[in-house]
Structure formats: structure tokens, C-alpha cells
Design a protein around this ligand. Structure first.
Ligand code: SF4
Length: 373
């Protein structure tokens, strides 16, 4: 591991619109690069400008906590911040990668978030997160905490090929069960499933059975992207070595899309399989509203629930204008509760959507959502 200590000028990444996958408006990258070195990691792509050899080099933002303190302190911060979970993880480096043992940036960030009473959503592949149980529990008691783990499957042997430096899925599941027992909201990001290896119906089903056994609150599913350049080259080398028979199948679904997407048909087929199995086991396919309805600003709550509805319908092969309406609402600064009579003037909002929005504003719930989720 080659560590480079750097100084950051700002830490809080502000999304233009609340992210309805993670229920977060803000994200943090305390480390740049990730020595976990998962074979499919899209942080490897040139697009994210991680310097050096991905998997070996990691930049540590040693002043991150001090900068974040300035950005969160109500007396010193310049921009208005809206309540939401702050996302720790994902992006271009796991917050609990080995460097964290020495630098404790994640641990100190949790202390700071607790001081300012910000809810936190942690996404990791490392069981080192257990070290911070007390801080996470404190956050959960004060306002809210979510601990999520990402998986490409629950098969330890396959994980050893594609996720060589993280604890095996069986250990990650144990850690999830541990947090669940402590009263923390927990989730699985089954993301990415690896085409023709871990996207098979029996493998998805196995993961969802384990998810149910552990009692996680949700499972979020997604397929893999392979961007041309470092990410695809690295992945292809492993594929050729371990699964040479799949090379032509990959060429069939990854056709050089600039974002590294596979074909629509492929994603549709795996999403349909996931949807059927998740419904069979009654597993939430998005973070349930009970986890955030008392935290978010009302407009954000409406946006998240509309985007979730759009997703549920897509999974059933139906189209909706809910996603379009959510994007239009994200550009509005006024609280929607002050605009109830004008909702229909917003693009994408017809009679049905208006009714759903008013129910959400009045009750923080939606009967239509409850039926679909
Ligand atoms: S743990 Fe996450 S960020 Fe780190 S290499 Fe794996 S996929 Fe990438």
C-alpha cells in the first residue's frame, strides 16, 4: 500500500438533488483510491482521476475532519444544508479500508456528525466498521444511522476472485446481523452482480434468502458497468483467466457505451429476476420511508418517494412520469405544502401524482406506495 497524505479544501460533496438510493444529499470521500482492489470497481476508471495504480495507491485527506467541521458548523458554514443522511462510502474509496486503522478519519468523522446531529449512512465491505459500533449507536439514538454492506453475491469462493482483499460475504453477513441486533437499520447493496457469474437466478435467490435470515431492512440491486480503459482492461484480464468461456458473452452485452453500461435488454432481464425473487420473499427493494420520513425536508421526502415509485413500476415493465415530476420538484425552493393548489402547474404532475404528493405532505406516507413496495 502506497499512502500519500493530502490536504483537502472542501470535503462535503453536495448533490444537486437528493439521492433516493442512499437517502442522502451529501457524500464524503475521506480517502481517494481503495486498496480493497475489487476487480470490478468503477473507481478504477480514468474518469474518477485516482492517481497511481488503483488498488495500491491511496490518498489520505489528513485535514478532512477539520474541513468538515467548518462546513457543518452552523456558525461558520456559508451554504444552507438540508437534513438528510450523510453518505460515508461508495465513490472512490471504502471508508473502512486498511488505511482507516491508522488514520481513523471515518471514526473522527462519525464523532463530528454526532456532535452536529447529522444522520449517517455507511456503505462498506469491511467488518472494521464494528470498531465504531458505539458511535453508530449514538447516532442512531440521536437521529438515525444506516449500516449497509455491498455484495456481488453471498458466495465466498466467487468473492475471493472478485473481491480479494475484503472479508468474505459470510463474515459481512455476520456483521450485518450484529448491527441489526443492536437496533441499527441495515441493508444490502447487491451491487454489482457480475454478469453470467453472480446474476444467475439461483445466486440472487441465495442472497435474498440470507438477507431475510439476517433481517436486513432492504436490498438494493444493480448490474455492473464496465468503462473502457483501466476498469475494463483490468476486469477483462481476470475474466479471461478465470472464466474464458464468458468472453464472447461479455462482448455481446458490453458494446462500448460511454458510461460502461451493458445493453438495456440485459439489465431488464436481471432486474426482472431480482424483482420476482424480492417480491417472493417480501424484501424492500428501496430504503423504506419509515427510516427517513421524520428526517427529510418535505420536498425531499416527496422526491424520494416519487423516484421509488418510478423504480417499482419500471421493475414491473411499466412507465411513469413520477421520475420526471421528482426532477421538476428538485428545482423548487419553496416548501410544497405552501403550493398545494399550484402543484398541477409543475411539469410531470397530473391528477394522480398530485393526489399522491398531497397525501405524502399530509401524512408522510402514501397508500399507493405501500401497495407497490
Ligand atoms: S471496496 Fe468499493 S471502493 Fe473499494 S475497491 Fe471495492 S468496490 Fe471499489
Amino acid at each position: 500500500m502506497i499512502i500519500r497524505e493530502t490536504e483537502a479544501r472542501s470535503i462535503l460533496l453536495k448533490h444537486k438533488k437528493i439521492d433516493s438510493w442512499f437517502i442522502s444529499r451529501y457524500a464524503l470521500n475521506l480517502y481517494r483510491g481503495c486498496t480493497h482492489n475489487c476487480v470490478y470497481c468503477d473507481g478504477r476508471s480514468e474518469r474518477y482521476q485516482v492517481n497511481g495504480t488503483f488498488g495500491e495507491n491511496v490518498a489520505v485527506k489528513i485535514n478532512a475532519v477539520e474541513v468538515l467541521a467548518r462546513e457543518l458548523d452552523p456558525k461558520r458554514r456559508r451554504a444552507k444544508l438540508y437534513p438528510s443522511y450523510i453518505m460515508l462510502g461508495g465513490g472512490v474509496g471504502d471508508s473502512y479500508q486498511p488505511a482507516e486503522k491508522r488514520y481513523e478519519l471515518t471514526r473522527r468523522t462519525l464523532q463530528l456528525l454526532n456532535k452536529y446531529k447529522w444522520p449517517v449512512h455507511i456503505l462498506t465491505k469491511s467488518t472494521l466498521v464494528e470498531r465504531d459500533l458505539n458511535l453508530i449507536k449514538q447516532s442512531n439514538q440521536q437521529i438515525g444511522a444506516i449500516v449497509s454492506f455491498s455484495f456481488s453475491s453471498v458466495n465466498d469462493e466467487i468473492s475471493a476472485i472478485f473481491e480479494p482483499r475484503v472479508p468474505p460475504p459470510s463474515k459481512r453477513l455476520e456483521t450485518l446481523a450484529y448491527f441489526k441486533k443492536e437496533g441499527i437499520t441495515t441493508g444490502i447493496f447487491l451491487l454489482p452482480v457480475i454478469p453470467f457469474v453472480t446474476d444467475l437466478p439461483n445466486m440472487i435467490e441465495e442472497t435474498l434468502i440470507k438477507a431475510r435470515e439476517v433481517g436486513v431492512d432492504f436490498v438494493i440491486f444493480g448490474g455492473m458497468t464496465l468503462k473502457y480503459g483501466r476498469q475494463k482492461d483490468y476486469f477483462d484480464n481476470v475474466l479471461k483467466e478465470r472464466y474464458p468461456q464468458l468472453v464472447t458473452e461479455y462482448a455481446r452485452i458490453y458494446k462500448g457505451d460511454v458510461w460502461g453500461h451493458a445493453t438495456e435488454e440485459y439489465y431488464h432481464s436481471i432486474n426482472t429476476v431480482f424483482n420476482q425473487i424480492a417480491r417472493k420473499y417480501k424484501i424492500h427493494r428501496r430504503i423504506p420511508p419509515a427510516v427517513y420520513k421524520d428526517i427529510l425536508w418535505e420536498n425531499d421526502l416527496v422526491i424520494v418517494m416519487l423516484e421509488h415509485l418510478d423504480y417499482f413500476l419500471q421493475l414491473e415493465g411499466k412507465r411513469s412520469s413520477f421520475g420526471y415530476a421528482a426532477r421538476a420538484i428538485s428545482k423548487i425552493d419553496k416548501p410544497l405544502s405552501t403550493m398545494k393548489r399550484e402543484l398541477r402547474k409543475i411539469k410531470g404532475i397530473g391528477e394522480k401524482t398530485e393526489k399522491i404528493i398531497i397525501e405524502i405532505l399530509d401524512t408522510k406516507s402514501s397508500s399507493y406506495y405501500n401497495n407497490l413496495s
